[in-house]
Ligand binder design. Structure first.
Ligand code: GLV
Length: 324
């Protein structure tokens, strides 16, 4: 056990301490194994578990249970098991309860893999070649190299920056937009709402990695899509509620967009009757772009518990007013 974890154990040894996990049970089993080795002084329970609710000091959730304050009077930290926290209603929580979202290397690695797959597939016209194959059509399209392709990332948090690093390494021209301007070596960055049209005008392939907030709900609508160069493509790995899917389908039908790779929808699961399923220019995946990996996330969670007790800033602490 390293020094940080020893300190965590010391700090939690004084009173019974439970970490309650309320998300998918399969990964829950792995979390439990990791906790038993790395933090044996913290009792780990998969929801609903048999722990005394008064002993629950840490709760990790996808969707939080109702009446948190009444049920868990000694709760100290609410962890989101995901990078996003839009599934949590902050108004239903005690105002001073810290909420921490998952920033961990595994989730970033998964997102980089998905986005690189999508960008390379769009860049090398794979959706078109798949259609040609279904028609036994031998039809080479002009070949463009990465240096001639502009790729933009909306949202420059941990995931957006990890994706941009790899896209730059592959030689793409990279652009980034975030609410407040950022400096990223090798990427042309834009900030603030008024710079959004100028950013979009540079995106042959646009990747949406924004968190869901009141400002980003419905952001990807007709006028937004019209700012993209004609024939651009979209990779949507933010949240379903950000995309006006009727506007996306119209943009695909009119040729304003050529392809869309969509991993998040509204609602989820997407009903079988939804036209996104069958549109020939949509590639749809069931919200699998990335997910927290217990083996890498456990260090981040235990380090955050240590930091909390030491009065140090936790990684991923949510600013509830900002929404992420
Ligand atoms: C997945 O969507 C996440 O927020 O981690």
């Amino acid at each position: 056990m390293n020094r940080a974890l020893e300190e965590t154990a010391d700090l939690t040894a004084a009173q019974p301490s439970t970490f309650l996990y309320k998300a998918d049970p399969l990964r829950g089993q792995r979390w439990a194994e990791l906790f038993s080795v790395r933090a044996p002084d913290i009792a780990f329970h998969v929801w609903p578990g048999h722990a005394d609710p008064k002993s629950v000091r840490y709760l990790a959730v996808w969707e939080p249970p109702a009446r948190i304050a009444q049920t868990f009077p000694n709760l100290e930290i609410l962890f989101s098991i995901a990078a996003g926290v839009d599934q949590i209603d902050f108004d239903a929580l005690p105002p001073d309860l810290p909420v921490v979202r998952m920033i961990e290397p595994g989730i970033a690695a998964g997102m980089v893999e998905y986005v690189l797959w999508a960008v390379l597939s769009l860049h090398r016209d794979m959706p078109a070649y798949r259609r040609f194959q279904s028609e036994c059509l031998w039809k080479p399209l002009p070949l463009k190299l990465a240096a001639a392709r502009r790729v933009g990332v909306l949202g420059l948090g941990e995931l957006g920056r990890a994706v941009l690093r790899q896209l730059s390494t592959l030689g793409f021209q990279t652009f980034g937009w975030s609410r407040s301007a950022r400096n990223i070596a090798g990427t042309t960055c834009y900030g603030a709402q008024e710079q959004l049209p100028a950013f979009l005008a540079n995106c042959d392939i646009l990747i949406c990695l924004l968190p869901l907030t009141a400002q980003t709900q419905g952001l990807l609508n007709k006028s937004f899509l019209n700012h993209l160069p004609r024939g651009a493509s979209l990779v949507h790995v933010g949240r379903g509620q950000q995309l006006v899917s009727g506007d996306l389908l119209s943009a695909l039908d009119s040729g304003q967009l050529s392809e869309a790779v969509i991993d998040v929808t509204q609602p989820e699961p997407l009903p079988a009757s939804d036209p996104l399923w069958t549109h020939p220019r949509v590639t749809l995946t069931p919200h699998i772009a990335s997910m927290t990996q217990p083996d890498s996330a456990v260090d981040v969670v235990l380090e955050n518990i240590r930091r909390f007790h030491a009065g140090e800033p936790m990684t991923g602490l949510v600013n509830k007013a900002r929404g992420y």
